[in-house]
Design a protein around this ligand. Sequence first.
Ligand code: CUA
Length: 151
Amino acid sequence: MNKYEIKVVLLSGLLLSSFLFALLYNAFSRKIDTPACIPYNAAFEKGHVRQLDDSTCEVYVSAHMWGFDPAEIVIPVGTTVEFYLTSTDVVHGFNIDGKGVNLMAVPGGVNRITVPFNSIGTYRIVCHEFCGIGHQNMMGKIIVKDKIYQQ
Ligand code: CUA
């Protein structure tokens, strides 16, 4: 191996470890779950929020041209949300701003991801997969409120 080859090998090693670091950083420090595919069931096509206990809820998100059902999700701060995502027509994207969540909503398939919401605020959901003329307007939001203001 000449000097040049050694440099290339070292550089690719460095790149590889930085990718690995980014992956592990997301998985552990930011407590982001890896998405899982789960068996499909038509019940997932009906978007809804279900409170499981004081700090956990399940949200079934159904994507369609050109919106999400539910379009607005309101939860108290400190809630961990299990998202179950599907689509009723074509493939859509599901990206939550500031949360590092990036999933596909696939018709006939369900993707699950667990996301903790520990700061008050509004998190925008956008479709990042081109899905027709209404694509650029396809969005939703998650409103994380202080516990005191919840009824
Ligand atoms: Cu749905 Cu783009």
